[in-house]
Structure formats: structure tokens, C-alpha cells
Design a protein around this ligand. Structure first.
Ligand SMILES: [Zn+2]
Ligand SMILES: [Zn+2]
Length: 181
């Protein structure tokens, strides 16, 4: 299976490179795919955030032609109406997902920069949303990448992998090495 990473308002090239590297274990091929996505309808001026569902709708409507999954990677702050923020969103059993690194940066919370931590958080959230694309629901195992995270502490608690149960479910999904350790 192929993965197309779509940078959208994303300026951190070293992070993009390292994340692509880490995800490449799971895919036959990863392409960085630049495509225009209309973010204007997704902007909420009262919240100063972007509605993730509407960004997904915009790329789905543009009907991009590459095969495989699409992961939008952005530094925009995302929300859905019932929540203060989301780290990402994915179509369940679909091809499209989005991850925001805005609140994965340690600088969002403290004055400290920690690129390695941001890379691990981004990797976990990317693999989490990809898991939804591949049909996985949230997992009750706190260490599993499919555990739902409301804050970065919960992301940091998770491991870097799908648990045994989730990776078993992924065996026929087309993703490589779901149980990679
Ligand atoms: Zn989820
Ligand atoms: Zn699991």
C-alpha cells in the first residue's frame, strides 16, 4: 500500500523528512504530494482554528489521483465543534486523514523545544489516524497507538506500536509489518 503525505501550511521540513522515514516501514511507497487544499471554508474566526472535517471534505472533493492513503500534515490548529481541539481526524475505512502538529510542539506548553518528542508524538498520531483508515476503532489498551488521546500526556503514555489485537486486525489491510517492534 502507498501513502501520500500532503503538507498543508507545514514548514518543518526536518520533521517531515524524519516522519516519512519512520512511516516508510509500514508502506510500499511514500510520496510527498503537494496539492492545493482550500482551507478558507474550514476557518472559524471566533475560535481562530480550522474545522478538520471541512479540510478533509475539501481534499476528498478534489479527488486526487494517486493510489493509496492520503495523510494531510499541518501546523494549523484543528477543532471539531464539540471539542476544544483535535490532534487529527480520519475517515473510518476511508483513504483520507489529517494530523496537526500544532499542539504536539512542546513549545505550545513550555518554553522548551524538543524535536525528538515532537517526532514521536507526530508518528503516533499519524499511525493512529492511518489505523482508522484501515478500519481500526479506539483501543482500550493504554499503550496501543489506537488508544484515544485528549492531551499530549496521554500521547506520551502510548507506545509506538499497534497492540497485538490491533495488529492482528491489520494483517489483511495491506499495511506492512503492522506488528513492527
Ligand atoms: Zn482516533
Ligand atoms: Zn490496540
Amino acid at each position: 500500500m502507498n501513502l501520500n503525505i500532503v503538507p498543508l501550511k507545514f514548514s518543518n521540513d526536518p520533521l517531515l523528512r524524519k516522519l516519512t522515514d519512520k512511516l516508510s516501514l509500514y508502506f510500499d511507497e511514500i510520496k510527498i504530494f503537494y496539492t492545493p487544499v482550500n482551507i478558507e471554508p474550514a476557518y472559524n474566526s471566533a475560535r481562530r482554528q480550522y474545522h478538520s472535517t471541512k479540510i478533509l471534505e475539501s481534499i476528498i472533493k478534489s479527488n486526487p489521483e494517486e493510489s493509496g492513503l492520503y495523510l494531510i500534515l499541518t501546523e494549523l490548529d484543528l477543532f471539531v465543534p464539540v471539542l476544544t481541539h483535535v490532534f487529527g481526524e480520519a475517515q473510518l475505512k476511508g483513504r483520507f486523514s489529517i494530523v496537526s502538529v500544532c499542539r504536539l510542539y512542546e513549545e505550545f506548553y513550555t518554553a522548551e523545544s524538543n524535536p525528538k518528542l515532537v517526532l514521536n508524538r507526530s508518528f503516533k498520531e499519524a499511525l493512529h489516524e492511518i489505523g482508522h483508515n484501515l478500519g481500526l476503532y479506539h483501543c482500550r489498551n493504554w499503550e496501543c497507538i489506537m488508544h484515544s488521546s485528549n492531551n499530549v500526556e496521554e500521547i506520551d503514555t502510548k507506545g509506538l506500536f499497534y497492540c497485538k489485537e490491533c495488529s492482528d486486525t491489520l494483517k489483511s489491510s495491506g499495511i506492512k509489518h503492522p506488528a513492527a517492534t
